[in-house]
Ligand binder design. Structure first.
Ligand SMILES: [Fe+2]
Ligand SMILES: [Fe+2]
Length: 286
């Protein structure tokens, strides 16, 4: 690996660390006290990641990133091209134990498939992290992964490292610090601006083609305070509550634990060619 490649590749390995941390935190801890203890044992890298994420994810930042990316003006790509593009970020320093990004996608989708879930859900499993290509567009890690939360209203204490919001400039905007902030009660999560990251971006890319259940899995799979902790119910509406069970169903397959066998891309490719063709145009706007 060249030095340049090493520099580019290194961040993606860490990306999975942040997501793995969040997955582990919400799986293992139940009470607020347990959460605090789990956070306290985080590696300095994880703590630093959330310090940056919570300081810089402001209303202004989110609106600017939505404007920059939700117009989908980064070119046309097939799903395989997008997956190959994402895979260029993989760190191969420990190829025996670390999964590539495509392998993580396939592991997720194959686990969904082997439990006989509908084909659209298998597809969603494959697509769910393709938005991490934001890193390749130059976005910082704290703007791509980690758990997500609404901006423009009071931060829930259920968000990991919520004390880090003390440094967020939105702290000084009274309108953003009330329970509902810039939103109406029970306005529905689709009307809420979430902290910017790979979830919202991939949901925008797939919005014209997939059913609501799939779009909720894409858009909210990192919204742990909501789907694992019941936070922000006062912004949710009946549709969100109906979709929650699908998000939870999806999330049990989005695991970062190592040690699973690697999916065989060559063997699986024909199945996925058919699956993509069933739901998506050949080229998608990114
Ligand atoms: Fe993800
Ligand atoms: Fe994932």
């Amino acid at each position: 690996m060249s030095t340049t490649e090493a520099k580019v590749n290194r961040p993606l390995r860490e990306l999975d660390e942040w997501d793995g941390f969040v997955e582990g935190r919400y799986k293992q801890a139940k009470s607020k006290e347990e959460f605090r203890q789990y956070d306290a044992t985080a590696t300095p890298g994880v703590a630093e990641f959330y310090r940056l994420n919570h300081e810089y994810q402001t209303v202004d930042y989110v609106l600017q990133k939505e404007k920059q990316y939700f117009g989908l003006n980064k070119g046309l790509k097939t799903v395989w091209e997008a997956a190959d593009f994402l895979n260029t970020l993989v760190d191969d320093s420990d190829p025996d134990t670390d999964l590539t990004q495509i392998e993580h996608l396939l592991q997720t989708s194959e686990a969904i498939r082997s439990d006989n879930h509908p084909r659209w859900m298998v597809l969603t499993g494959f697509l769910h992290d393709l938005g991490k290509c934001l890193c390749l567009y130059g976005e910082p890690q704290w703007g791509v992964v980690g758990d997500t939360f609404p901006v423009g209203c009071a931060w829930s204490p259920d968000i990991v490292f919520s004390e880090d919001f003390a440094r967020n400039p939105d702290r000084n905007v009274p309108e953003y610090q009330t329970r509902y902030g810039i939103y109406e009660p029970n306005c529905g999560l689709e009307n809420v601006h979430m902290s910017f990251g790979h979830d919202g971006y991939i949901a925008e890319v797939m919005k014209p083609y997939l059913r609501d259940e799939a779009l909720y899995m894409l858009r909210f799979h990192s919204f742990y305070p909501w789907h694992k902790h019941g936070a922000y119910d006062y912004l949710s509406n009946d549709k969100d509550r109906a979709m929650l069970s699908w998000v939870l169903k999806f999330n049990q397959y989005d695991l970062y634990s190592k040690g699973h066998s690697k999916p065989d891309l060559n063997r699986l490719k024909p199945y996925y060619d058919d699956l993509f063709a069933e739901f998506l145009p050949e080229k998608l706007a990114w």
